[in-house]
Ligand binder design. Structure first.
Ligand SMILES: Nc1nc2c(ncn2[C@@H]2O[C@H](COP(=O)(O)OP(=O)(O)OP(=O)(O)O)[C@@H](O)[C@H]2O)c(=O)[nH]1
Ligand SMILES: [Mg+2]
Length: 220
């Protein structure tokens, strides 16, 4: 059997692989997995270096990436059990650095939930989220698109430049939750993605229900 290497972690996968068995990196060239009715495309956005990739990799793979390697664009897949419901999550880890932002409008339009990340050690990274949020609201046709404001790097409390009150005021003015997190210490990382799923459920009156032929209902 021919094996193909994952470009992200170099693990060998069966030919025709759709996502890496080691790091869950999505192989675009082999198409999407069949989506369940509880499936969401979630997008992680924010300035360069705030920790979008570290958050994504901690969530997907339970590892902290200490080395800074600016992202162009990476997609990952995870099946997350949230309140007993298996949720099929695709996470798009986007570029913070301006030179890599060509696809921005497309994923602002197609995303089904957005984690807007700043670093608590960098005041400017919070203000830089304002135009990103405005772009998402403009690109989306649906009202109440799930959004969460994420203050990352709370393990660096001694370097804090953005107070929690300040971030809470921004979150309140946007009408979104604030989650302070640390990708390094794996603090509140899962909650970021669960919050986006919960907002979907709040908007639609609960988790997706599928009717079976015999009249019984099951939660997918
Ligand atoms: N101490 C600490 N460092 C972090 C944390 N999250 C990320 N970092 C570090 O910050 C640097 C940048 O993290 P990345 O995740 O690559 O940042 P990014 O937002 O993906 O950057 P771009 O891909 O360029 O947009 C790396 O050296 C990470 O190890 C955290 O929670 N705590
Ligand atoms: Mg990155």
């Amino acid at each position: 059997m021919v094996k193909e290497k994952c470009p992200k972690c170099q693990t060998k996968n069966e030919s025709g692989w759709k996502f890496c068995t080691n790091c869950a990196y999505k192989n675009e060239s082999n198409g999407s997995l069949t989506p369940s009715s509880c499936s969401y495309n979630l997008v992680v956005m924010g300035s360069g270096g705030v920790g979008k990739s570290a958050i994504t990799i901690q969530f997907i793979n339970n590892q902290f990436q200490a080395k800074y390697d600016p992202t162009i664009e990476d997609r990952y897949i995870k099946v997350l059990d949230y309140k007993g419901v298996p949720c099929f999550i695709e996470v798009l880890d986007t570029a913070g650095q301006e030179t890599f932002q060509a696809m921005r409008e497309l994923y602002m339009k197609n995303g089904e939930g957005f984690a807007l990340v700043f670093s608590i050690t960098n005041q400017r990274s919070l203000s830089e989220l304002e135009p990103i949020r405005n772009g998402i609201l403009k690109a989306q046709n649906v009202p109440n698109i799930p959004l969460v404001l994420v203050g990352n790097k709370i393990d660096l409390e001694n370097k804090r430049k953005v107070t929690k009150n300040e971030a809470e005021a921004v979150a309140k003015s946007w009408g979104v939750p604030l989650i302070e997190a640390s990708a390094k210490e794996n603090i509140n990382i899962r909650d970021i993605f669960c919050s986006l799923i919960q907002q979907h459920w709040d908007n639609s009156g609960g988790p997706p229900i599928q009717k079976k032929k015999d009249g019984l209902c099951v939660i997918l």
